[in-house]
Design a protein around this ligand. Structure first.
Ligand code: HEM
Length: 143
């Protein structure tokens, strides 16, 4: 990722990160099977779940991970930290039965949300793809 790509990721992320509830809501709506992997959410009515603090807490965790990840992009000295937080995240998910396929569906939903809510030209889409590819490369190396 070059400087311009990183800047475009930061800019677009800043536009959507406060919509965290909506983002997870859309992911669960697109993929009920992802929602069912959460023991505390499985079987609940999404429209109601969306308004609970439990949902809010989980959303904050996911969005904080992305914000932290994006903040560290582009700094050579941050590379070990990026790798560590991503490996830790992968481990948590692997032990909870989250599959590569789940991660890929999750990515598709985030992309859909971004494309529907911020202006994304080809270059920005390319930058986001590269960002996910490098994150998923590390995650999948744990599988
Ligand atoms: C927990 C982020 C994708 C299922 C978490 C946590 C974070 C997180 C930060 C809290 C970790 C902890 O407790 O130490 C992310 C990110 C994702 C992602 C950044 C994508 C890049 C997924 C997917 C699934 C999933 C695709 C399911 C199919 C879960 C479950 C938990 C969890 C079941 C444990 C929830 C709990 O018991 O509190 N995730 N996640 N995650 N995630 Fe994800």
């Amino acid at each position: 990722l070059d400087e311009e790509e990183i800047a475009s990721i930061k800019r677009t992320w800043n536009e959507v990160k406060s919509k965290e509830i909506e983002i997870l809501y859309h992911i669960f709506k697109d993929h009920p099977d992802i929602m069912s992997k959460f023991p505390q959410f499985s079987g609940k009515e999404l429209e109601e779940l969306k308004r609970t603090s439990q949902f809010g807490i989980h959303v904050t965790r996911i969005v904080s991970f992305f914000s932290h990840y994006i903040l560290l992009l582009g700094r050579e000295s941050s590379k070990p930290c990026l790798r560590t937080i991503t490996n830790d995240m992968a481990e948590v998910h692997k032990t909870r039965g989250v599959t590569k396929d789940d991660f890929n569906k999750f990515k598709d939903s985030i992309f859909k949300y971004l494309k529907d809510h911020v202006e994304m030209d080809k270059k920005v889409i390319h930058a986001w793809n590269d960002c996910f590819d490098s994150m998923y490369y590390v995650i999948f190396s744990n599988y």
